[in-house]
Design a protein around this ligand. Sequence first.
Ligand code: SAM
Length: 209
Amino acid sequence: MQDAGDHRRAMVQHQIIARGICDARVIAAMGDVPREAFVPDVPLALAYADGPLPIGMGQTISQPYIVALMIEAAGIKPGDRILEVGAGSGYAAAIIGRIAGHVYAIERIALLADRARRTMAALGYANVTIPCGDGTKGWPAAAPYDAILIPAAAPVVPPALFAQLETGGRLVMPVGQPLQQTLMCFTRHTDGGIATDDLGGVRFVPLIG
Ligand code: SAM
């Protein structure tokens, strides 16, 4: 009989490392955060399955590999201040919080934001703040951010989010149409220019707002 630690180790080995994620901090955080705490209503093995899962209100917790891919692409370092738009269950914010200094994870659905806050408190993760609101406007109160992650799709990046990105910072977001998007990483350069990287095809729930 496998316990949560066994499932987590298998997930990290077969879904994360085997697919090319190599940032040691991301690998350690994925091995540290109990995913089952963020999806309490599903059987343990399913919590660590290789795919997204429903979390209620028509929303999903992202596939573990996609969580790792977005966080690795964002280049998060200890001490960084990070914005996530779409906290959902809080799982990705918790992973980011194991690496960064502080995470602001904004969620538009109050019920999900409340639940994510309770999960974070139960786990004792004190460096994750979960405001409720429309994240397309960012969270100016704590800007600028060293990285911004948006696990929800839109045809373009909301301009307010670029405006809250630190020089040298990265913004990772699925860009495209409802059923087909490309995961993009944008880097803001000192001269104001933006470099873009294509991380591959993905399918996310929509960014509303
Ligand atoms: N990272 C999350 C996790 O670990 O569970 C999964 C995020 S889920 C794929 C996308 C989330 O974005 C949903 O919870 C949805 O309610 C939220 N969302 C969509 N549009 C939003 C907006 N404008 N502001 C804040 N949250 C938004």
